[in-house]
Design a protein around this ligand. Sequence first.
Ligand code: FAD
Length: 401
Amino acid sequence: MARLAQTAGLTDVQQEIVSTVRDFVDKEIIPVATELEHRDEYPQAIVDGLKELGLFGLMIPEEYGGLGESLLTYALCVEEIARGWMSVSGIINTHFIVAYMLKQHGTQEQKDYFLPKMALGDIRGAFSMSEPALGSDVSAITSKAVRDGDEYVLSGQKMWLTNGGTSSLVAVLVRTDEGHPEGTAPHKSMTTFLVEKEPGFGEVRPGLTIPGKIEKMGYKGVDTTELIMDGLRVPADRILGGTTGRGFYQMMDGVEVGRVNVAARGCGVAQRAFELGVRYAQQRHTFGKPIAQHQAIQFKLAEMATKVEAAHAMMVNAARKKDSGQRNDLEAGMAKYLASEYCKEVVEDAFRIHGGYGFSKEYEIERLYREAPMLLIGEGTAEIQKMIIGRRLLEEYRFQG
Ligand SMILES: Cc1cc2nc3c(=O)[nH]c(=O)nc-3n(C[C@H](O)[C@H](O)[C@H](O)COP(=O)(O)OP(=O)(O)OC[C@H]3O[C@@H](n4cnc5c(N)ncnc54)[C@H](O)[C@@H]3O)c2cc1C
């Protein structure tokens, strides 16, 4: 069958990795995803399978035991996984962002210590910027760290940690006001701490509590939690990169690759919605013929497939730009914005094609319908993407008159 979302110019290795993941998704994820999602059950067997495939180390350099693959390879794998079940892509996404931040910004000691264990999936990462009172406005965070000898004492409350319970390493962004002259911009007095903890809920380390899972409308199976720090002591050598005041930039760098990732998820979910819609449209008959033979339904399928293709092309473009070593915030912002909006629209159309059955929990589209909205919010809302895109356009097209 001719497939949408093909990618030209992949190496043999990339093709092999992506097709292995696709096989895994078809055999191990799609058949169980909806049932596990309805039970909000953590997909341990799937995670073990991904570990075996080496997915947790996909982008970690070979010298640290990873596969040393590009952002593009990673994004194509995420697309395949999200096609099977978006929650599984959420399990690897925060891990990947933390590994990327370590690779880019960590001290040599931090890389040597964390990356080999992360490549094996033995240490699993979560990242934490958001707080109860803020998400978009990261510079307003109030959690803080105060120096006490060779340690820092962290306090404050964090919100919305994907993998907050199952992870064993959290990159936490807090305010550190030390040594910065008065009037320093708020984002220059922030620091990322690498906080190790036991997986699980409750007090997972002295001074650190993960209260429990937040109940969500979709994106179930993967745990999303709060995090409470109250006198949490962290050694100074667990500051990412060793120097305070650089946390905001480090997190934004991580989020930039995370945006390609969310775009890839949007592509995967939209592809699956198209597959479900085009199949159902040929099975369901009304007025004496398959509904696919009604022009209104064919037009829907045409629009859906065009959106799948366009989103995929923009996502691939954004990943390739980053892989070439260039700044990609414009492309990543555009890809994330377009892919998540299109995903919501394609899912909605597939839902409509299913008629009343789309509303039944027996049909996969019901799950996709609850998953797609998360993409409009995570890694920066549509409005935030448009702010980034708009600012960058004004830089590029500055009026010289
Ligand atoms: C399931 C889930 C998982 C998540 N996982 C993580 C995670 O792992 N780590 C983490 O740190 N965070 C995580 N988040 C948090 C997520 O990043 C934030 O929810 C998101 O950034 C939006 O922030 P907010 O919810 O505080 O909305 P707000 O920032 O309060 O925004 C509310 C509304 O106002 C709009 N808005 C805000 N500012 C402007 C502006 N200047 N101009 C125009 N409109 C504006 C927004 O677009 C939005 O529509 C997760 C969220 C969810 C739902």
